[in-house]
Design a binder for this molecule. Structure first.
Ligand SMILES: NC(=O)c1ccc[n+]([C@@H]2O[C@H](COP(=O)([O-])OP(=O)(O)OC[C@H]3O[C@@H](n4cnc5c(N)ncnc54)[C@H](OP(=O)(O)O)[C@@H]3O)[C@@H](O)[C@H]2O)c1
Length: 269
């Protein structure tokens, strides 16, 4: 089991100020990890670092906008300065959208989503890689079931999550024999509020949550499953029964997966 596997391991988590990243930080802190916590909201990171220190870990808050490569480099430098090495990088920072292409009036949505979800992961991984090679460490990336299949209202988001898959699946092959594992995480809907903060058609935060909160996974459970997969150096963790079955159905009846994806968005679960 994963008990205490993260003791004294240095972990960088991007997107730690909320949701899945927040829960992963708390769970890893309880196992004695050293944590470099990254996101843009400094006050939330500081609050989380305090919690992690009380839970048994050691944590530093490193305000970072992952769409800026210089800030990603500074994040890696801060982790090295605080803890002397890096064992695990969790590329979790992300932003989303909820609008059909023909409704969109602000095309910059596509740039921002790609810069944060995809390029932010590329930058952090690039700068952390020499240290991960030295520690024979672990890389994780939080994709989404939209990284496995197309989903309506998510054109730009799904594209960014597919881009992450292409990048990290290629990197895994490059890293064969290095001792570094690359774990892709594919959550379904998770109750975090990411939808409210995501882009509506006009490029402003959607402001409402179209999901049925009581029918989707909690951030706590998503974090638990993600951490277990990272601990076990698994290639991937596909969450939910729909996600697990969907990848097999797609091979023989891809049109059925389209119908399932459309229904999931209509029903918000
Ligand atoms: N919730 C779901 O249904 C779901 C499903 C599948 C996959 N995911 C993925 O899971 C990951 C975490 O999402 P979540 O649901 O936990 O959402 P969340 O609660 O909104 O958290 C997103 C995190 O990303 C950070 N972030 C956003 N833009 C950033 C930037 N430019 N630089 C640095 N950090 C940035 C946010 O912090 P700041 O605002 O402080 O920067 C926040 O900490 C994302 O990659 C998301 O795509 C979520």
């Amino acid at each position: 089991m994963v008990e205490k596997i993260f003791m004294d391991q240095t972990v960088i988590i991007t997107g730690a100020s909320s949701g899945i990243g927040w829960e992963m930080a708390r769970q890893m802190a309880a196992q004695g990890a050293n944590l470099a916590l990254a996101a843009r909201q400094k006050d939330k990171l500081t609050e989380l670092a305090d919690q992690c220190n009380k839970l048994g870990g050691k944590a530093v808050a490193v305000p970072t906008d992952v769409s800026d490569p210089k800030q990603c480099r500074a994040l890696i430098d801060s982790a090295i300065k605080a803890f002397g090495g890096i064992d695990i990088l969790v590329n979790n920072a992300g932003t989303t959208m909820w609008a059909r292409l023909d409704e969109i009036t602000d095309l910059t949505i596509f740039n921002t989503i790609m810069q944060v979800n995809y390029l932010g992961s590329v930058y952090c991984t690039y700068y952390a890689l020499p240290y991960l090679k030295a520690s024979k460490g672990r890389i994780a990336a939080i994709s989404s079931l939209t990284g496995k299949a197309g989903v309506p209202t998510r054109t730009g988001y799904s594209a960014s999550k597919h881009a992450m898959v292409g990048f990290f699946d290629s990197l895994r092959v490059e890293l064969r024999g290095s001792g570094i594992s690359v774990t892709m995480i594919y959550p379904g809907f998770v109750d975090t509020g990411v939808q409210e903060r995501g882009f509506g058609a006009d490029g402003k935060p959607l402001g409402i949550n179209p999901l049925q909160k009581n029918k989707i996974m909690t951030a706590n459970e998503c974090a638990r499953l993600s951490i277990k997969a990272i601990a076990e150096r698994r290639r991937e963790e596909v969450m939910t029964l729909r996600g697990k079955l969907g990848q097999w159905i797609k091979l023989i009846a891809p049109g059925l997966v389209d119908k399932i994806a459309a229904k999931a968005i209509e029903e918000g679960k």
